[in-house]
Design a protein around this ligand. Sequence first.
Ligand code: P71
Length: 458
Amino acid sequence: MARFPVEPFKIKVVEPIRQTTLAQREEILQQAGYNLFAVRAEDIYIDLLTDSGTSAMSDSQWAGMMAGDESYAGCRNFFNLEEAVRSITGFRYFVPTHQGRAAENVLFTCTIEPGQSVPSNMHFDTTQANVIARGGDPVNLLAEEGLDPTSHAPFKGDVDIERLEAFIQQVGPESVPLGMLTVTNNSGGGQPVSMANIRATGEVLHRYGIPFFLDACRYAENAYFIKLREPGYADTPVLEIAREMFSYADGCTMSAKKDALVNIGGFLAMNDEELYQRACQQLILREGFPTYGGLAGRDLEALARGLWEGVDERYLAYRVAHTRYLADRMVEESIPILEPPGGHAVYLDARRFLPHIPQAELPGQALTCALFLEGGIRGVEIGSVMFAREDVETGEMIYPELELVRLAIPRRVYTQAHLDYVAETCQRLYECREEIGGLRYTYAPDLLRHFTARFEPL
Ligand code: P71
């Protein structure tokens, strides 16, 4: 791999961004209740809130938008998408959805009864919330290494297979309507899951008659990490690796806003015909007819083309190296990050960055705010604000082990100079870290708190 990532594309359209002054940012942050979700995008200089739906589409995808067929039923773009989904995932049936959480809602509505559990390596926030919304219990069984931000293990997204089997035996297979794996593991640093672990997960779940679904939104980056790190895959094309990953599962939910390089879209795929029929009923009720699923024909076409671009190896080599470049610059400056970096983001380790702020005072959120103040950069807290839960029995808060600030890198959007700016801003912030103080809530909703909570400095 090249030391510096060279983009396998050139830029045709540009979008101006502007920096604000420190005084303006102080005012903006206060108005937003210290929650960057409430800040206008125009007031952000470098927006690393998410890699979801923020990709730059290719000329081919834009051309595909003009080939959108806006018929209610049976538009040609659906069939182009069907070909891509079938060819890449191998699943027999699929329905488009407007995004990933809609696929989760449809799947969980068809499968989960109140009181049942859904084990995973680690659920992401919307998945966790959609399981809870069905009365289910989302259970995270990440292998221990994944919880150590300093471990350089190659597959820190792996589920603990022994604990998975013990868990099924403990609650009984009838209480587990499905098992999942998030590839790559977004809440745990964007870490990949090994092929061996995906295969073993399928074996354990199937031994107990439990269906296995991948949360596949970053499946292509995961496949590329398998190629780079797992013995035996160095010469295997990424497309084949992806097909093998899917071959161990019975279906997947997909937010196409990530590795399929579109601004909106998703799908739910599966092999079980009866489940597909029930999914269609749910889809018609909530999303739309099964050949458009809440998307315009043009969106389906951009998605079909984006799926193919997402498994292009020259693109993936650039993508992973681009992210690694930012991580390497941080490590050079001794800034504490979760290592190794994931494919889609660099995660600052807020516990080590701000050791003087206890978790109850929300160090991740405090760091997110400080980064905006220092450089107009927007990251997202993946820590106590997103994941702390009240213990139902004692009423005490249970804080997550990882307290992170994710700097997600939109696909094909920012240059190396942008990343240098981010690294330099983090470096300045790290030098004056002791001046950063904690926060407290002034408003906190029950479900998916991080999107709309408000805070004030302590
Ligand atoms: C991400 C997102 C979107 C997001 C979520 C929370 C705050 C800010 C942005 C969405 C995911 C995901 C995984 C592993 C399912 C979804 C839902 N991620 N699984 O990372 O990462 O997909 O957004 O299309 O509904 O920024 P959806």
